[in-house]
Design a protein around this ligand. Structure first.
Ligand code: GDP
Length: 323
């Protein structure tokens, strides 16, 4: 009843001729999904934030009943980096809980055939064994700085599982690692490390400053995946996976923040010094996902870190550098 996935990675569900709703299409993952789906001419539904506030339960149900999506990528979320999470805990917890419960329940009521809920690697315990397998969920305490977001995402994943068990809904969940690419948030107060360092290195270069300030000690390690690779993996899971357990989406290797800063500096052309501001938090020491389950389903990433940063920097120059 819960469905199972053949080990061969055979296709289980087709998006062809389906109405596919990307909830959160304006975000980095949502917009990558729209690009990916439109490249194959799938029928993509989106709804503007001004038209529908996903925290509004009745409004969300009414919209879904009217538009009748058959497949849903739940990529809508309130997101942000270490500083934003720490300063807006109520919003991170409430907004995420509200929109995911609204969409998941409305999906059942409106007869959605398949739904993919998107989590994030911060749902895992702070000191999880590396690389982090799907089984590590709820085996230890969360990282304090992003616990609000993490608790909401764990609730969403459990809700998808519960609807699968109780109502036989074909709802699945995926947990991507740290993502970067077009439509990332380059606002330094709310951004994650990758866009923050791209902006800082660029601004230091053009302003002729000789220091690039990196938060924390530079020793934490993070794994980074280009969002176009992530979108490709999400479509792969939607079409090739049907089971209760969530699936990690990662690149397979991680990098120390200090090394990342040097790499970004080299790509941007910043030639000064990298300086560490240790008054800022480090967060989780390491966060590398075990993505062997996804690999066994026949998917692996295509965009290497250097090429990915080169294209992310190009996107920043064309779209955000002037802001
Ligand atoms: P996290 O993965 O949830 O911890 O979120 P971030 O991407 O915000 O931070 C990852 C790591 O990069 C942490 O150790 C930060 O302290 C470090 N870091 C270094 N410089 C920056 C910066 O300018 N902005 C952010 N957000 N993180 C930075």
């Amino acid at each position: 009843m819960n469905g199972s996935t053949p080990p061969t990675g055979a296709a289980l569900y087709s998006l062809k001729a389906k109405r596919v709703w990307v909830a959160g299409h304006g975000g980095m993952v949502g917009s990558a999904l729209v690009r990916r789906l439109q490249s194959e001419n799938y029928e993509v539904l989106t709804v503007a934030r001004q038209t529908l506030d996903l925290r509004d339960q009745a409004g969300t149900l009414a919209w879904m009943r009217k538009e009748k999506p058959q497949a849903v990528f739940l990529a809508a979320a309130k997101v942000g980096g270490i500083a934003a999470n720490d300063t807006l805990p109520a919003e991170f917890l409430f907004d995420n809980l509200a929109l995911e419960t609204n969409i998941i329940d409305a999906a059942r009521q409106s007869g959605v055939e398949k739904l993919l809920f998107l989590g994030s690697s911060c749902i895992y315990p702070k000191h999880a064994a590396q690389p982090i397998s799907e089984d590590a969920l709820l085996t230890g305490a969360l990282e304090e700085t992003n616990q609000w977001y993490a608790v909401a995402k764990i609730a969403g994943l459990k809700l998808a599982q519960a609807y699968r068990r109780q109502f036989a809904c074909d709802f699945i969940s995926a947990m991507p690692t740290n993502l970067y690419g077009p439509n990332d948030n380059f606002d330094l107060a709310a951004s994650h490390v990758m866009p923050a360092l791209i902006r800082k290195a660029h601004e230091a270069k053009v302003q002729g400053r000789n220091e690039l300030i990196v938060w924390g000690t530079g020793t934490p390690k993070r794994e980074f995946l280009h969002v176009d690779d992530c979108a490709d993996a999400l479509v792969h899971l939607m079409t090739h996976y049907s089971a209760e357990q969530h699936v990690n989406i990662g690149a397979g290797e991680d990098i120390a923040i200090a090394t990342l800063a040097e790499l970004i500096a080299a790509i941007v052309g910043f030639t000064g010094r990298v300086v560490f501001d240790t008054t800022k938090p480090d967060g989780t020491p390491r966060k590398l996902l075990d993505s062997s389950k996804l690999r066994a389903l026949g998917w692996s990433p295509r965009i290497g870190l250097r090429d990915g940063i080169v294209s992310a920097y190009r996107w920043f120059l064309e779209n955000r550098a002037a802001e």
